[in-house]
Design a protein. Structure first.
Length: 238
């Protein structure tokens, strides 16, 4: 199987649909000198299209190779850069141009790389205060239901993910895809990674809740810790 021949055929197919676009290779394949399908699930392609439209996605298989193709109009790319959409920034930060000569698009993708390196920026004090309160309220809500083991595990795993996402936001880091969260935490924060493993391996309801609280406090303590009460005042509706 000639992976590159099949990839080129797919690029040609996409390019034939319209002019003025740019096609980028994204995802795990970008860092590979030779694309190894045993190490990646599929080949991810990102297409920037001219004009105004909506985001589209196409997933297909060709000669045993799975392609995951995203189509993003230029106007949405610009909006994503202006508003720092995490998905657009993190996906295109390391994109490799494989087709097209649209200089505006190429310039914008280079701008994305610079934005990614500088990080998403800090949360406001109000945002941080709300997070400290909400996460602990969600934890207490689980405590009230601890007689039901299934519900506790379901809610605990949901909150566990939310806490880890919050870890990235509080530390001014781009939130990665779910499948990369633990891998990045292992590289950056070994103590937190060890706690995550303990949580995921535990079956006892009481211990699950104890470890979850430890993780919550570990993530929030550098930013003021959990906030148990909210004095009368402004409160976000969403």
């Amino acid at each position: 199987m000639d992976i590159y021949k099949i990839l080129q055929q797919e690029i040609n197919r996409i390019a034939s649909t319209q002019t003025g676009q740019a096609i980028f290779l994204v995802g795990s394949a970008v860092d590979m000198e030779i694309i190894d399908l045993e190490k990646i699930k599929d080949i991810d392609i990102f297409v920037i299209t001219p004009g105004e439209n909506h985001f589209q996605r196409e997933v297909l298989e060709k000669e045993g190779i799975k392609f995951d193709i995203s189509y993003l109009p230029l106007d949405l790319l610009k909006k994503g850069i202006q508003e720092k959409w995490a998905l657009v920034i993190s996906v295109l930060a390391k994109a490799k141009l494989i087709y097209g000569e649209n200089q505006e698009i190429i310039r914008l993708v280079k701008e994305i790389s610079n934005i990614y390196l500088s990080g998403p920026g800090p949360l406001t004090q109000e945002e941080m205060k709300y997070i400290r309160f909400k996460l602990y309220q969600d934890y207490e809500d689980i405590l009230y239901r601890k007689s039901d083991h299934s519900i506790v595990k379901f809610l605990a795993y949901n909150l566990f993910r939310e806490i880890l996402v919050t870890y990235f936001k509080l530390n001014e880091k781009w939130v990665p895809k779910d499948k990369k969260i633990l891998k990045i935490i292992k590289k950056e924060e070994q103590m937190l990674y060890n706690l995550c493993n303990q949580f995921l391996e535990e079956e006892n309801t009481e211990k699950i809740l104890q470890i979850l609280l430890t993780i919550l406090e570990y993530v929030l303590n550098p930013f003021g810790g959990v906030l148990r009460y909210w004095p009368k005042g402004k409160f976000p509706l969403i």
